[in-house]
Write a protein that binds this ligand. Structure first.
Ligand code: CTP
Ligand code: MG
Length: 223
């Protein structure tokens, strides 16, 4: 059986609404609640641990812990509060449009690929991506788009691999924008699972408006 970690302890600077992003209202609930409800519908997930902003109330039905300074700190703290269970599914509360079905498909991909340490939701990049050196405006390279994937969550890990990958100094944790990178940097094997555009990350106010519209559409289609 799996355990799930939801990281929801960020401050939401870029959203800029004066309170933590996970607590912002979206479609009549706290943003974090959408991810909790989606993962609660996954049969293989037997516990959900949420890293919450300091001082926030624990959402009902989950284990809550205070998050840390950096995102991966929050993952580490939440993992430390998880009971037994392997693999570990890690999800960002900032992706409220996640579905139980996507979580199941990432879990299934890792189960089927015995040689992998992690399976991660990702999408082929649709924009052309260019390299521009820091402090410059001059393009130095155009990357081959066929090799580029934009990475999302859920990310599913073999528990021992994730635990070992997170056991690194604070500066390394602070540099990690996703947990799969911590696996890669120690030579681990990470596979991508094709996800959907709807599972985008809410970062700005425009994102929040788009999420609101998509959730309203989803609700109107529900039986
Ligand atoms: N997160 C966390 N603990 C932190 C930082 C981030 O649990 N110390 C979580 C966020 O709550 C979010 C996810 O990691 O669900 C992805 O982070 P991001 O989208 O950057 O959210 P924020 O850090 O809240 O936003 P910003 O960077 O704009 O402040
Ligand atoms: Mg952030």
């Amino acid at each position: 059986m799996a355990v799930a970690v939801i990281v929801a302890a960020g401050s939401g600077e870029r959203l800029g609404v004066g309170r933590p992003k996970a607590l912002v209202r979206l479609g009549g609930r706290a943003l974090v609640q959408w991810s909790i409800d989606a993962l609660a519908g996954v049969e293989a997930v037997k516990q959900i641990v949420v890293a919450m902003p300091p001082g926030a109330d624990a959402p009902p039905g989950v284990t809550a812990v205070p998050g840390g300074e950096a995102r991966s700190d929050s993952v580490r703290r939440a993992l430390a509060a998880c009971g037994p269970g392997d693999p570990v599914l890690v999800h960002d509360a900032a992706r409220p449009l996640v579905t139980a079905q996507l979580a199941r498909s990432v879990l299934a991909a890792l189960e089927e690929e015995a040689s992998a340490d992690a399976a991660i939701a990702a999408l082929p990049v649709t924009d052309t991506v260019k390299r521009v050196p820091p402090g410059s405006a001059v393009v130095s390279q155009t990357l081959d788009r066929r090799e580029l994937w934009a990475v999302q969550t859920p990310q599913v890990f073999r528990r021992a691999a994730l635990q070992a990958a997170l056991d690194v100094p604070g500066d390394v944790l602070a540099a990690a924008t996703d947990d799969a990178w911590l696996i890669e940097r120690r030579g681990g094997r990470v596979i991508v699972v094709r996800s959907s555009e709807e599972n985008f990350k809410v970062t700005t106010r425009t994102d929040l408006e788009v999420a609101e519209l998509l959730l309203a559409k989803r609700r109107s289609r529900a039986p």
